[in-house]
Design a binder for this molecule. Structure first.
Ligand code: PGA
Length: 241
């Protein structure tokens, strides 16, 4: 794992842009994308850059169950608002949160992943160590599945919704097995509320109790952290950029 510690989220976005540019330069055509507060500065940097994705495919990690693509809190809407409006891809895939048959939708998504090998996978991390919406206990070989979000994830997401009751309780998520198939993984984390999860991910045991700890077993992972998210790492003092 390559750990890059930066001053703040803005600097993190600039560091992430370099990772995307390097991936483009070596011919990556399939990008696994993430949502949430974390990648906002990365997408801002991509939008401001001269990188062109019209020859590329994007595959997002997850989507809320019950939200239409044009719902302002859906991840489809998020992706359009933060990236696709300025940087269209040849094709962009997200799970369909309105699918009437979630099992069939998960199978469709697994076929999308089988058809397109991800070259660079962008990830955030939950306060409980989740990646995508793979909550603690998710199997490391998991495929796309419907998830009951944990109370801590629902609470963390509540800031994006007008009323707590509006926060979706379920999601469709790529499994950890598919995430681990990516050639390279870029995980970003900012803020002190991620410090414990980052410490467990990097320095703790590999355990399904901390889904992100599986990344210790991936051969090509770059982690971009601000100082607050890196604060609990014993190596934090040596890793800086
Ligand atoms: P956040 O979410 O970027 O909104 O903190 C990250 C995650 O839960 O994976």
């Amino acid at each position: 794992m390559q750990i890059i510690v930066v001053k703040d989220k803005v600097a993190g976005g600039k560091a992430a842009l370099k990772v995307f540019a390097a991936a483009k330069a070596r011919g990556v055509k399939v990008f696994g994308l993430a949502t949430g507060g974390t990648p906002e500065t990365t997408y801002a940097e991509l939008v401001a850059s001269d990188l062109d994705f019209t020859d590329s495919i994007s595959i997002n990690l997850d989507e809320y169950v019950g939200l239409a693509a044009d719902h302002p809190q859906s991840y489809a809407y998020y992706m359009h608002h933060h990236l696709f409006f300025a940087k269209p891809f040849a094709a962009s895939y997200l799970p369909n949160g309105l699918a009437t048959d979630p099992a069939a939708e998960c199978a469709r998504y697994d076929q999308v992943l089988a058809d397109h090998h991800v070259g660079l996978q962008l990830l955030g991390i939950g306060r409980n160590g989740h990646i995508g919406f793979n909550e603690p206990g998710s199997p490391f070989d998991g495929t796309t599945h419907e998830v009951a979000l944990t109370p801590s994830t629902i609470a963390a997401n509540a800031r994006f919704f007008a009323r707590p009751a509006d926060v979706p309780k379920r999601a469709l998520s790529m499994g950890i097995g598919a995430i681990m198939q990516a050639d390279q993984i870029l995980l970003e984390a900012y803020g002190s509320d991620k410090a414990a999860a980052i410490q467990a991910m990097i320095e703790g045991p590999v355990t399904t109790a901390v889904p992100a700890s599986v990344l210790q077993q991936h051969p090509n992972v770059i982690v971009i952290l601000d100082q607050a998210a890196a604060a609990k790492l014993s190596v934090a003092g040596q890793a800086s950029a």
